[in-house]
Design a protein around this ligand. Structure first.
Ligand SMILES: *Cc1c(COP(=O)(O)O)cnc(C)c1O
Length: 349
């Protein structure tokens, strides 16, 4: 087999959910964000493992994503949609029993007219200026909206991964000001917000990245492991080059392994001459450009020819790889390619 092997540890995923759940008080509910195919790791398996761990509320970005989650979970658990109730979503929201987080007066009108009595939540903008009603908008419709019995009032933090950022406190104050005294359950914290402490937890937290092994949750167990098989090994003389554009030229005899996997598999071209793979605990530097399907790797220092090298695992987290590629763990995970042989380890199904 010459495709990469992506192993997804569902026990680690469940353990990360339980650990994040344990960081808030027992009366605070912990949801699970499973948008973008559970951050690229496969939403059906991930959602079931999270439900088995105890999650009862799930969030997706867009209504279309609700379908796979509903299919995986059956009728019980709540599935909420961050983008709210968009034109064309009414049938999905109804048939899949989704709970849209209404983001504007337009969405609110659409929802109340198309699906009167259907559960909804409201998203408020506390300064990120991405989604949600602004304070003035909210003030205008607040009484009307509260009269319809929203399930949740939520907002989202822009800088929660920087605990000392003044924006956190500003958004917290704005959120309290917009929601105090409503009697409706509230949610402000994603992974970063959970780590900011109890003031930020309110009634429901919404972790995503921490479940999947990424920062800012430093103690997360890694969930994704990626091994790339070595297709060929060759010995270069000093002066010979590797890959497109001759961007690596050996200055001494060098042993190069060509591994299967490239930018078509979500391994950024920014890793060219930059990132490392691992053989057991030994780092092996990338030589030359990452191409579409292959990467050259320096294995001169290994005792024997390795059958495969690890791109993600205990030695290299998604955030380590992200740093080498100039991005964030979220992007590394969600770009993981479709071509890998995916295996779900120690799963319950
Ligand atoms: C993606 C997202 C989350 C989850 O954020 P993480 O940083 O991955 O924990 C929570 N809430 C909203 C509104 C989001 O868009």
């Amino acid at each position: 087999m010459s495709i990469g092997r992506l192993t997804i540890d569902l026990d680690a995923l469940a353990e990360n959910w339980r650990a994040l759940d344990a960081m808030s008080a027992p009366e605070v509910q912990t949801a699970a964000v499973v948008k973008a195919d559970a951050y690229g790791l496969g939403v059906a398996k991930a959602a079931r493992a999270l439900a088995a761990a105890g999650a009862r509320r799930f969030f997706v970005a867009v209504a279309e994503e609700g379908s796979a989650v509903r299919e995986a979970l059956g009728p019980g658990p709540e599935i909420a949609v961050f983008s709210g109730h968009m034109p064309g979503d009414t049938d999905m929201i109804h048939d899949l029993a989704l709970v849209p987080m209404l983001n504007s007066i337009d969405q609110m009108t659409r929802h109340f007219e198309a699906l009167p009595g259907h559960p909804f939540g409201i998203q408020l903008d506390t300064g990120m200026n991405r989604l949600g009603m602004e304070p003035a908008e909210w003030a205008a419709v607040r009484e009307l909206a509260l009269g319809q019995g929203p399930r949740l009032l939520m907002s989202h933090l822009a800088c929660a991964d920087e605990p000392d950022h003044e924006m956190n406190r500003q958004q917290l104050d704005a959120f309290i000001e917009m929601t105090e005294g409503t009697g409706v359950p509230r949610s402000l914290a994603a992974t970063g917000g959970i780590l900011l402490g109890p003031e930020y937890h309110f009634d429901l937290t919404r972790p995503g990245i921490g479940l999947y092994g990424g920062l800012p949750y430093e103690d997360a167990r890694p969930v994704a492991e990626l091994e790339l098989p070595v297709i060929q090994i060759r010995d270069l003389k000093a002066g010979e080059s590797v890959g497109y554009g001759n961007t690596f030229v050996a200055d001494r005899p060098t042993r190069v392994a060509t591994v299967s996997g490239g930018y078509a598999d979500g391994l950024s071209r920014h890793l060219s001459n930059h990132g490392v793979l691992f053989f057991e605990d030994t780092p092996c530097p990338i030589l030359g450009r990452v191409s579409m399907d292959m990467i050259g790797v320096d294995v001169s220092h290994l005792q024997a020819a390795p059958p495969a090298l690890a791109m993600l695992g205990a030695q290299q987290t998604v955030d380590d790889l992200a740093q080498a590629a100039g991005t964030i763990g979220y992007e590394v995970l969600t770009q993981l390619g479709r071509r890998y042989a995916r295996r779900y380890a120690r799963g319950r199904d």
